[in-house]
Design a protein around this ligand. Sequence first.
Ligand SMILES: C[S@@+](CC[C@H](N)C(=O)[O-])C[C@H]1O[C@@H](n2cnc3c(N)ncnc32)[C@H](O)[C@@H]1O
Length: 192
Amino acid sequence: MKKVIFNNSYEKGKRSITQWFINEYVDETSKVFEGFAGAGIITSMYAQKAKMVLAIEKDKERHSALEKKFQDFENVQLVNADSLDYLKSINSFDFNVVDLDPWGNANKQTELALKLMEEGYLLITSGEPYAISRFKIKIKKYGKPPIISLEDFPEQLFTRFVQPTAEKLGKKARLIKHFNSPKICRIIVEVN
Ligand SMILES: C[S@@+](CC[C@H](N)C(=O)[O-])C[C@H]1O[C@@H](n2cnc3c(N)ncnc32)[C@H](O)[C@@H]1O
């Protein structure tokens, strides 16, 4: 199993914006879908307050570790699967918080979540800022001109990808807050 290092400023920033969101928007009626459970740091945060958390993890060993970690939590359900396959396979989707915290990007999961979700909140992490800051890669997948600037990456991700995808599906998306760093960014979007 790959070692996951959480004790760095990017992870702290990610946790801190998530805690802000939980304080402001999550309550005992919230149903959370987490597409990339990892070591369950974010799962634990939701589990303190939400009605239920469904946490998907593809890696078998990490999933087993999660089963141990959450064995006494009645409101946490764990699934060992690929989150994209899982989202493609379900007929009903009864969640009002979708949290996607991948390595790299979760664009395919984001599209499906926007389709399946009636209304609620979408939290998306992207590792693409690292490609820009470390390797000076021009991000071309969000249309022209390519994104070359780290500073406004979260806004660009929202206006070029999340918002138009929601609009195509007849939904409205509003960027509530974001966290940015040279390694990852995280955006919080309201969908209705
Ligand atoms: C950035 S980590 C998630 C960290 C997690 N949010 C936490 O708080 O501990 C990304 C995780 O997603 C898992 N993963 C990668 N691709 C996946 C997929 N398609 N479906 C489900 N899990 C996946 C990896 O095994 C890894 O554990």
